[in-house]
Ligand binder design. Structure first.
Ligand code: TRP
Length: 369
């Protein structure tokens, strides 16, 4: 093994160990939440770059809904400033922000229990970026594997200062509201590590280090256990590939998309994610939407081929999403209500951000009158 190879192997082993560790922590958090949901505050967020699809739904939204239903104080950030980390413009941002909010409400997130807000409306959250940036080095930011991967995905675009520093901005998202749990996929683990470093360094550098002087909780990741669903072509589900089913699509649009889904030439349907990823993915989607077992569904279809499979997938998804889509349509007809919900969330988040920034200013002795 070359030195380079062993360095990579070591890195892989280290990240596998920390992933295993992150899973253990997640298990503990889950048990603790079940026991006493009131001692947790959850923050999650989405970038308003497009419409939410069923990959988001089965991968993270259901998880959030479940936390809210257990009685955890849930905060949901629409991360509008993150939109411009790696692209030239914001796109139809207003429509997208409200589309996200509509999806959240349609799936059953309750504005009485969940606080919805957007970055751009909370100046005091954004200001936290300044003291936090004093606590990280440029080398640390450049080494962040998620930032690196996101930069590579832009194919030759210059790395913007905002992309480089967004993990610190994200730390501000989490820390301003004193969230102690952040449900994420494993790609976001480096950001949680960064946020904990910021907490530790802040207390060490800017306070006397005592327990009473602590301002921030150390946030932990709650790893999603959901199986990753793929797009209809068997590749990563993403809007740019046109392989998604959006939560807000009609039943007809859904049927059309699934009709074009990739399968294989073997008419005998089996659930074999390794050798038949496209067929397995349609079975998995059907299983998730209907609450049934993918093996059992495969056996039921037997020699029916891709056509029978697609029919079953379409029916299961359309049935599952019918009530959600009906509610979505209702909310979409009431923009005034949506504005009210967002405004209420923003007011609450802003109050919290002002209080936290006040604590930070006091820790920094930046209080002049
Ligand atoms: N980066 C997240 C994403 O791309 C969105 C996000 C912004 C977020 N701020 C956050 C997630 C804080 C968790 C916590 O999906």
């Amino acid at each position: 093994m070359s030195a380079q190879d062993s360095a990579t192997a070591l890195e892989d082993a280290t990240s596998a160990a920390s992933l295993a560790q992150a899973h253990r922590v997640s298990e503990k958090i889950k048990a603790a939440i079940a026991k006493d949901p009131s001692s947790f505050r959850v923050l999650t967020g989405d970038r308003p770059t497009g419409n939410l699809h069923i990959g988001h739904y089965f991968g993270s939204l259901l998880n959030r809904l479940n936390l809210q239903q257990q009685g955890v104080d849930t905060w949901v950030l629409i991360a509008d400033y993150q939109v411009i980390t790696d692209r030239d413009g914001v796109g139809p941002i207003r429509e997208r922000v409200y589309s996200l909010l509509t999806d959240y409400l349609a799936i059953g997130m309750d504005p009485e229990q969940t606080t919805f807000f957007a970055h751009s409306q909370i100046p005091e959250l954004n200001e936290l970026l300044l003291p936090f940036l004093s606590l990280v080095s440029d080398g640390e930011l450049r080494r962040n594997p998620t930032v690196k991967a996101e930069h590579e995905a832009t194919e030759g675009r210059a790395l913007s200062g905002l992309l480089l520093t967004y993990p610190v901005h994200q730390a501000a998202d989490i820390l301003f509201c004193k969230a102690n749990v952040v449900p994420v996929g494993k790609d976001q683990l480096p950001h949680l590590e960064q946020a904990r470093l910021i907490v530790d360094r802040f207390h060490k550098r800017y306070t006397d280090g005592s327990e009473e002087a602590r301002i921030f909780a150390r946030p932990q990741a709650l790893l999603s256990e959901a199986e990753t669903v793929l797009g209809l072509d068997g590749k990563k589900m993403s809007k740019s590939r046109g392989n998604t089913i959006e939560i807000g699509m009609s039943a007809d649009e859904t049927a059309q998309r699934i009709r074009k889904a990739v399968t294989d030439s073997d008419r005998h349907i089996t659930y074999d994610p390794v050798n038949r990823p496209e067929v397995a993915n349609l079975l998995l989607l059907t299983a998730l939407a209907s609450g049934r077992d993918p093996q059992e569904l495969a056996a039921e279809i037997g020699d029916g081929g891709g056509g029978a499979l697609k029919k079953m997938t379409t029916e299961a998804i359309n049935e599952h999403f019918a009530p959600i889509r009906a509610r979505r349509a209702e909310y979409a007809q009431n923009p005034q209500y949506l504005e009210e919900i967002l405004q209420r969330g923003v007011e609450k988040a802003r109050e919290q951000a002002q209080a936290t920034l006040g604590q930070v200013h006091r820790a920094l002795n930046m209080v002049y009158f």
